[in-house]
Structure formats: C-alpha cells, structure tokens
Design a protein around this ligand. Structure first.
Ligand code: SF4
Length: 263
C-alpha cells in the first residue's frame, strides 16, 4: 500500500529494507531485474541520511567501492603495485568521492601541501589543457596511491590488460589506446548510475569535478561534508569535468523514477 503521494508506508519500507539486505553483500546484478541495483541505491540513500555515521559519504563510497571490486570479473590485468604511469591523468570525481578523499588526508599536512601545490599549478587550466598536462597525481607517493582504500571510482576502474600500451601512452606520449576489460566498464557504469540516482533522490548535486580542485574545496571547511549534505554547494567554484551523456541520463532518470516511491 502507498500513501496519497504514492510513497510506501513506514512498515512497507522496513520490509523492503529487510528484502534489500539480501542483495547488499552480493555482487551487483546489472541485468534487467532492477532489484539488485535498487537495493544498493536505497542503501546509499539511507547512508547519506544516517546522522550517526561519522562520514556518510565515506561509508557510502566504501560500500560502492567494495561493490565494484566484488562485481568485476577476475580479469588478467597487467597492473601491479608500483606500476603508476597512469596516475598522471585528469581524475573526475563526484562530491562524495572528493569528501572521502578530503576526510582521508585532512590530518596529513605533507599530502595536503602537495595537493595544494598541484591545484595551484592547474586550477587556471581549461579541462582540455588539464587533460593534456599529464601531471603526476599529488596523492601518489613512492609509486603507490597514498589513499588506495578511498581512491575514486575512476581510479579503481582504470586497469589495463597490456603493459606495452600503457608504456607507449604514458611514457612515450603515444595516442591513448589502453585496452581495458569491457566487463569492468559495464560495472563502473552501473555503479555510477546507482551513485547518481542516490544523490538525486537525496536532492544532492550530482556534478563531476577535477579531483585536486574538489578535494581542496572540501578541505576549506572542517565540516565540509555536513554542509554539502545539508544542501550547501561548497563545490560551486570548482569547474565541472564532464556532462552526462543522454543515454546515461535516461537510465538514471528511469532508475530514480522507479525507486522514488520506495525511499
Ligand atoms: S588518486 Fe591514487 S590511483 Fe588515482 S590517480 Fe591519484 S595516486 Fe593514482
């Protein structure tokens, strides 16, 4: 039964939450049955709304990061610890990802200074110039990601099945042609869709930003996450990096319309 505005009543939402639990520790099923992705979207909406969480964004992104790792098929990738040549690209993040990274490095003075310097060197560049700059990510330390557990979804997804192609692209400057497992891209697409749907259902802005600038914006406030979750656009001065393609937009809108009465 739904209320007058077509939303489920509280008891029905509780029953649905119990039903959702069955899906939350499983890999994402991105097939035509929407129950798996719907369960994860509702879960992320609940996490964004949970005042007892120290960092709802960290908890939500940790959930989605773990879901990504659990869902991608085991592929023969060429990536190894210490192989970091790809960490010289523009990284796009959503606000919850930037807030998680800021939360991770806020007390690491040296890392914050590196990030501040990197942002100062690139903040004035257009996105096209930034894409061509190939500057090493300031979060890379001794060829290892210093925020590995909280790295953005785009970084989790960037894997190669051919080391020679990476060296040609990132060391010798050839046109980028990195062979990536198609299955990984499909999973990233589905998980980003879940994240965007959850942000929209919470009334949060779902823009994508350049990593360094967005994290610096979040570091400007001790209570950055609380402000953003309350609707303050603390990223207003950070340039956006990408627009949502029409087919992705349509898929997100359909998912939001499907789930809205149940949250
Ligand atoms: S955040 Fe980590 S994985 Fe991503 S580009 Fe920077 S160092 Fe590499």
């Amino acid at each position: 039964m739904t209320t007058g505005d077509n939303r489920l009543q509280r008891a029905e939402r509780r029953a649905l939450q119990r039903e959702d639990e069955k899906y939350l520790s499983q890999p994402l099923n991105p097939g035509p049955d929407p129950r798996s992705i719907s369960a994860h979207v509702r879960h992320v909406v609940r996490l964004f709304s949970n005042p007892s969480e120290d960092s709802p964004c960290a908890t939500a992104m940790a959930h989605l990061g773990a879901l990504y790792s659990r869902t991608v098929p085991k592929a023969q990738v060429a990536c190894r610890r210490g192989c970091s040549s790809c960490c010289s690209q523009l990284v796009s993040v959503t606000a919850p990802e930037a807030l998680w990274v800021a939360d991770t490095i806020r007390r690491r003075a040296r890392t914050v200074e590196k990030l501040r310097a990197a942002d100062a060197a690139t903040h004035h560049l257009s996105i096209e110039e930034r894409l061509k700059s190939h500057l090493v990510c300031p979060l890379l330390e001794d060829d290892v990601c210093s925020i590995y557990a909280s790295r953005p979804l785009g970084c989790r997804h960037f894997v190669s099945i051919n080391l020679d192609a990476c060296i040609a692209t990132f060391v010798h400057g050839a046109e980028p042609q990195i062979p990536m497992p198609v299955s990984h891209t499909d999973v990233l697409y589905a998980i980003r869709m879940a994240l965007y749907a959850a942000m929209r259902l919470k009334g949060l802005k779902d823009a994508a930003y350049e990593l360094n600038a967005a994290v610096m914006a979040a570091l400007a406030y001790e209570d950055a996450e609380a402000r953003w979750l309350a609707g303050e656009d603390i990223f207003a001065d950070v340039p956006g990096t990408r627009t949502i393609p029409p087919n992705f937009e349509q898929a997100i809108s359909q998912l939001v319309a499907h789930i809205a009465p149940t949250v």
